[in-house]
Design a protein around this ligand. Sequence first.
Ligand code: ZN
Ligand code: ZN
Length: 334
Amino acid sequence: MRAMVLDAPGRPLRAADLATPRPGPGQVLLRVAACGVCRTDLHVADGDLLDPALPLVLGHEIVARVEERGEGAERFEIGDRVGVPWLGWTCGVCAYCRSGRENLCDRARFTGYQIDGGYAEQTVADERFCFPLPDAYADVEAAPLLCAGLIGYRALVAAGDAERLGIYGFGAAAHIVAQVARHQGRRLYAFTRRGDDAAQQFARQLGAVWAGVSGDAPPERLDAAILFAPAGELVPAALKQVVKGGVVVCAGIYMSAIPSFSYDLLWGERVVRSVANLTRKDGEEFLALAPRVPVLTSVQPFPLDRANEALDSLRSGRLRGAAVLEVGGRATLR
Ligand SMILES: [Zn+2]
Ligand SMILES: [Zn+2]
C-alpha cells in the first residue's frame, strides 16, 4: 500500500510502499477513503510532541471502509463506512477509564502518533474506537468532523452555557464549533492574527457577530473563550476579555509558553482549563448532533502524495477550513 511516512521530526514525509497491515484480534483492516490533516499532525511532524512511534504514518481523522475483520471483530460488516479518531486505545481499568474519563487514560494510545494512522491507503484500527458516520456527509466532508469537530465540541461543552463566546484562531475546529455555537443560540466573537482579513471574513460568514485581531477588545465582554491557536500569550489576552466566573478553554494539544500575568486577570473566579483528547461518548454525541445543525465542513482536498503540501499550507495559515487527503484519488465530493 502507498503511505506517507514520517521518519524523523523536522523531515518531510516520505512516499513509501508498505506491506498491508494485518488486523489483530478485535481490529479491522480499513481501506482509507479520506484523512483530515490536523494541527496535531504538524506538532508531531515538527517535533513539538515527544516520542512518536517512528517510522510513523500520521493522520487521525480517517474515513474508511471495512475490508477485513480480525479475530473476534464483529461490530462492523465488510464494506461499512467508519471513522477513526485520535483516541485509538485505552486500558479500560485505570481510575480515569473507570470514571468516564478515558480521554485521560494513563496508558492511552493515539492514532497517527503511537498507532499508524490514515495517511495511507490502508490501516488497522481497534473496532471499539471506530465510529459509524452519518450518511449526510461525503468522505472528504466527514473527515474534519473526527478531530476538529470532536475536540471542538468537547471544548464547547467545557465552555459551559456561555452566551457570548470568543474563539481565538479561526481554522478547521473553529469553523465547525462556530456552526454548533450559533445553532445553540450563542453570540460568537472571532479573533485572528493581525492582517488575516480572509479568516475574519470567513468567521462573519459563519455567523460571528464580531471578528477582529487577537489583542483587541470586542464590543462586549465574553462569558467564555476557546483558544484553538497554539500561542500561550493568548491566555492572558483572553482572560482580559472574560467576565467574572468566565472560562478560558485551551483546546490544543500543544501551546507555546504562557507568559506570567497579574493575578487580577484570574481573580473573580475566572477559570483557565485545557481540553485533552476525546472520549467515545464525545464522538457519539457530536456525530449525532452534526447532521442536525447541520454542520457543513469547508474542505480543501489534496491527493495523498501531496501530504507535505497540505501540512505546509496548514502551517502557513493559508487554508480556509480543513485540509483533507483524498486517498485513492477518487472523486468523493458530492
Ligand atoms: Zn485507562
Ligand atoms: Zn487532531
